[in-house]
Design a binder for this molecule. Structure first.
Ligand SMILES: [Zn+2]
Length: 647
């Protein structure tokens, strides 16, 4: 998953925790028959634009107190994010008679149905109310517009307690709105009169196979003619938004080829990139084994800024097919959706995916090496100004992921956030440079990728791993004190950001008054202005303080999140005037005067800050070889021509 958010209180029930502790087999393969339980699920999406989805289920039942579960822990979201609050119209029937039911008093995701003697199957109906407010939480967030929808099957599934999701087979069907098309990797048997009949699949596979649907859709074959098949399925709020340039198609085509070269084998029957282009759905990416659900702005293909800023999203989600789905931390490989997940190794699951995502984005030509270096400089700045790292280890941000996804931006420098993503990328870059240096350039993290994620081409299967497995694999690639390295970087609190990967690779972080090009693109898109390295503030476009670095000069002078900078040196706030004031103070040596509003009170704050704007960049250190350029160079493809405006 990529982008921020979510979780709430977890209640662990005896049976579920027993299942969780037993865990799945070390290697479980995809199942298409031989299920212990077989349900049917008919979804009617014809009212998707009105944000109501209807579902009818038939479920084998046993008499007495029969417990049905609604999926709580959604794979890839690393938290108990199942949108039970958005279900309504729940009825249970047997032989046409209504059945009594009640919700479990401590597990909001469990329904107790009173099943009469002799009844072996019940019918259930429920509606899913898709969120109206933007953006909402990942796959439980905004997912439907007038012209398109992304359907996550877990919204509308109930399953009997006591079974693993591989033991339950679901025969699903989907009724589409008139004239809508659809895309999903879930195998289907027919598509007649607007209704798609899917093949029997395990509950695991069903929940892992969302459906993208819409009036305006375009499908592009990638690495056409090669096996397994790859396809980019796009739906947008307008036909014009689907105008993909040849060089954009080539970059996606390169992505598939470069990923194959990086990992050495693929673990899916076929692969679909499901890409939604809309300004009215939540923006994030969610990984699946054979597809990914990635959602960007409507202008992604046609606005060069959006294209550049979104470069790493698809490479990240695609990488998860190997790192996260095929190889999975043991604590995240739960047998079904009620068992709590342990996110302790998310610095591998998400951190290494973030690193390989950046690597593949650059190798495939989705972003340029210059853009990657500017991004990397920004990441270095963020984690070098993170007072929270003095109290909280990177590992603790992973363990606490289920609460940190929901944490606000306010005080994120001190609380820390889901830092295991980008600080994880920094630490895996450092590991890559250590392997390269110690092997005399013979080995790289690509060798680790081959060893850990490669092998033979297979259908989806799960091979779990532990911390020791990661250490052992690194040692197999290149002997080194990897246990000590990871202990220092991950388990211990470290006052300084792990910037060794940058310096080892022949580059260094500098701060100048020249804008960081990637930060500038974000600001042009109306996102935050990041003055972390100068006055220690992150501001939104209206001057509201999103965060104040805890030991920065602004915080030391009484400025905190939620306050609004009304004026700078007597003039109404704008980012431009603040930058001008920083430059002016540098030459005049006069303090900067900020008029600050806080809970209806106004106050003038005087900052003795004279170092001017400080924007992060990487510059070459010519005393060392340039390893970054080698890491990011394409291995098996040719870079596409630049997208106009995105050079
Ligand atoms: Zn991810």
């Amino acid at each position: 998953m990529r982008k921020l958010r979510c979780a709430w209180l977890v209640v662990v029930l005896g049976a579920a925790s027993a299942l969780a502790q037993s865990g799945p087999a070390q290697s479980s393969s995809i199942r298409t028959s031989g299920f212990t339980v077989v349900e049917t699920l008919a979804v009617d999406a014809t009212e998707a634009p009105r944000k109501v989805f209807h579902a009818r289920l038939t479920i084998p039942a046993t008499e007495g107190d029969f417990v049905l579960l609604y999926p709580k822990w959604i794979p890839g979201e690393h938290g108990p994010t199942g949108p039970v609050v958005d279900t309504a119209g729940i009825y249970f029937r047997a032989n046409g008679e209504a059945l009594k039911w009640h919700r479990d008093p401590v597990d909001m995701y469990a329904y107790h149905v009173e099943v009469p003697a002799g009844v072996t199957s019940i019918d259930a109906t429920l509606d899913y109310l898709s969120p109206v407010e933007m953006p909402g939480n990942f796959s439980a967030g905004s997912s439907a517009t007038e012209k398109l929808a992304v359907l996550s099957w877990n919204w509308m599934v109930l399953y009997p307690k006591g079974y693993g999701s591989d033991e339950i087979g679901v025969k699903a069907s989907l009724k589409l709105p008139d004239n809508w098309k659809w895309g999903s990797v879930l195998p289907h048997s027919s598509h007649v009169g607007g209704t798609v009949e899917f093949a029997l699949a395990s509950l695991t596979t069903l929940v892992d196979s969302p459906v993208l649907m819409g009036q305006y859709m375009k499908k592009v074959a990638l690495q056409a003619g090669k096996s397994p098949a790859h396809e980019l399925d796009m739906a947008a709020d307008s036909m014009a938004a689907l105008q993909i340039l040849p060089q954009q198609t080539q970059a996606f085509d390169n992505l598939v080829a470069e990923a194959g070269a990086l990992y050495g084998a693929r673990h899916y029957r076929e692969y679909r990139f499901l890409l939604t282009l809309s300004d009215h759905v939540a923006h994030f990416g969610l990984e699946h084994h054979e597809s990914n659900d990635s959602r960007v702005g409507e202008g992604y293909l046609t606005d060069s800024s959006l294209w550049t800023l979104g470069a790493a999203l698809l490479p990240h989600e695609y990488t998860h097919s190997w790192n996260g789905k095929y190889r999975r931390p043991a604590g995240l490989a739960t047998p079904e959706f009620e068992a709590p997940m342990d996110g302790n190794l998310l610095w591998v699951y998400e951190g290494l995916t973030e690193y390989f995502g950046y690597v593949l984005a650059t190798r495939s030509g989705l972003q340029t090496p210059e853009q990657w270096r500017e991004l990397l400089a920004g990441i270095a700045m963020t984690y070098a100004h993170r007072p929270g790292r003095k109290w909280r280890s990177l590992e603790d941000t992973a363990t606490a992921a289920q609460s940190l996804y929901e944490a606000p931006m306010a005080f994120s420098n001190y609380r820390r956030s889901v830092d295991f993503y980008d600080e994880g990328a920094l630490l895996w870059l450092e590991a890559d440079t250590i392997i390269r240096q110690n092997s005399g350039g013979k080995k790289t993290m690509d060798d680790f990728a081959h060893l850990f994620y490669g092998g033979h081409n297979t259908a989806p299967e799960v091979k779990t791993y532990t911390f020791d497995d990661v250490v052992n694999a690194l040692n197999q690639v290149q002997p080194y004190d990897w246990r000590g390295f990871l202990n220092d970087r991950v388990m211990k609190v470290a006052a300084h950001a792990p910037l060794g990967g940058i310096t080892n690779s022949g580059w260094k972080v500098v701060y100048t008054d020249q804008p960081n090009t990637m930060a500038k693109l974000r600001e042009q898109e109306g996102r935050n202005f990041d003055a972390t390295a100068s006055v220690g503030l992150v501001l939104n476009k209206d001057g509201e303080v999103v965060d104040a670095i805890e030991d920065g000069i602004a915080a030391k002078n009484g400025i905190g999140p939620g306050m609004i900078i009304i004026a700078v040196n007597g003039r109404k706030y704008s980012q431009e005037f603040l930058l001008a004031a920083l430059r002016e103070a540098q030459s005049s040596r006069q303090p900067i005067q900020l008029l600050v509003e806080n809970t209806e009170y106004y106050r003038t704050v005087s900052l003795d800050y004279f170092d001017g704007p400080r924007h992060p960049h990487l510059v070459r250190d010519s005393s060392k070889p340039d390893l970054l350029s080698d890491i990011f160079g394409p291995k098996v493809t040719m870079l596409p021509a630049p997208v106009p405006g995105a050079e």
